[in-house]
Design a protein around this ligand. Structure first.
Ligand SMILES: NC(=O)C1=CN([C@@H]2O[C@H](COP(=O)(O)OP(=O)(O)OC[C@H]3O[C@@H](n4cnc5c(N)ncnc54)[C@H](O)[C@@H]3O)[C@@H](O)[C@H]2O)C=CC1
Ligand SMILES: O=C([O-])CC(=O)C(=O)O
Length: 326
């Protein structure tokens, strides 16, 4: 049996937390030979609810669950953490854009970045889910100078999964036939889901649909899916968000499949002309616990314009939180 690893989940008493923790404890994220110690971090008023979650985790008798720590103290929450899923943040309501949450949520990620810097393993892998995820990841990263910027990522896997299903439905196939999907940019309404490189049963996806559907239906559906769920459910996506978080960390820790890739918000090294240092979603392959941006993906003029619009938005978000970026 492997030694247990410590996995911190913030916002653990919230709705994504409830859909996430039981799957982590079951082995779905890190493999069924990897015991975990869960560190559940939330705010003080949520501590009673968090104890309820702990009791339910205990009641599952998961063979891989080697311990549960519940806390409202970030220093305890991130102590020796090997993985952190930063979920705890306010969700948006109807009519809001995700960046409207920046003011409410940004400070959380500055505090947590510092606590990660001071307490966590230097090899910690961090996934930011709380919105606006890319810029919150940037804030956490910049407040943790002793840890490689490569260790801070933001979640666009939910957008990636949404895009895979939309093209599968349109072409009468299943997600098993879809490969090489890419979400470029920000987890926001400017994100760009790319059908020019995606494949369905080995064929280029954009060749299988007309441009009017691609521009007028596919792209807006993926960009606006979060808002559509809020409108329908009265609450933002939770089970699908948790599922995407599991997928993101699993790909990062255990590797991507064959030649395929996944979408991850990662520290830009200037690839594809995207400003260095932004947390931008690129096509990534993972191996041995490291991600790399896939190079040589074709970018036509249509794609280039959309990628730049999302980059521009991320630069504006970054400039809006300058006071939190040491
Ligand atoms: N990147 C993505 O694809 C997605 C991101 N999200 C975002 O995830 C976040 C969480 O969503 P839900 O779980 O639905 O919200 P929720 O409101 O159900 O839960 C949030 C939890 O975070 C806690 N929290 C607040 N401040 C905290 C702090 N400083 N430290 C620790 N915990 C804190 C709250 O007490 C609450 O328990 C939201 O920002 C939402 O917009 C949601 C879906 C997809
Ligand atoms: O749309 C929201 O606010 C929640 C979210 O990020 C998503 O479902 O993609």
């Amino acid at each position: 049996m492997k030694q247990p690893v410590r996995v911190t989940v913030t916002g653990a008493a919230g709705q994504i937390g409830y859909a996430l923790l039981f799957r982590i404890a079951s082995g779905a994220m890190l493999g069924d030979d990897q015991p975990v110690i869960l560190h559940l971090l939330d705010i003080t008023p949520a501590m009673d609810a968090l104890q309820g979650v702990r009791m339910e985790l205990e009641d599952c008798a998961f063979p891989l669950l080697a311990g549960v720590v519940c806390t409202d103290d970030p220093n305890v929450g991130f102590k020796d953490a090997d993985y952190a899923l930063l979920v705890g943040a306010r969700p948006r309501g109807p009519g809001m854009e995700r960046k409207d949450l920046l003011e409410a949520n940004a400070a959380i990620f500055s505090v947590q970045g510092k606590a990660i810097d001071q307490n966590a393993s230097k090899n910690i892998k961090v996934l930011v889910v709380g919105n606006p995820a890319n810029t919150n990841a940037l804030i956490a990263q910049r407040n943790a100078p002793s840890i490689s910027p490569r260790n801070f990522t933001a979640m666009t896997r939910l957008d990636h999964n949404r895009a895979m299903t939309q093209i599968a439905i349109k072409t009468g196939k299943t997600v098993n036939d879809v490969t090489n999907m890419t979400i470029w940019g920000n987890h926001s309404a400017t994100q760009y889901p790319d059908l020019f490189n995606a494949k369905v049963s080995g064929q280029t996806a954009s060749d299988l649909v007309d441009q009017a559907w691609l521009e007028g239906d596919f792209i807006p559906t993926v960009q606006q899916r979060g808002a559509a769920i809020i409108k329908a459910r009265g609450a933002s996506s939770a089970a699908s968000a948790a599922n995407a978080a599991i997928g993101h960390v699993r790909s990062w820790a255990l590797g991507t499949e064959g030649d395929d890739w996944v979408s991850m918000g990662v520290y830009s090294d200037g690839s594809y002309g995207i400003a260095e240092g932004l947390i931008y979603s690129f096509p990534c392959r993972c191996k041995d616990g490291e991600w790399e941006i896939v190079q040589g993906v074709e970018v036509n003029d249509f794609s280039r314009a959309k990628m730049q619009a999302s980059e521009q938005e991320l630069a504006e978000e970054r400039d809006g939180v300058k006071h939190l970026l040491p």
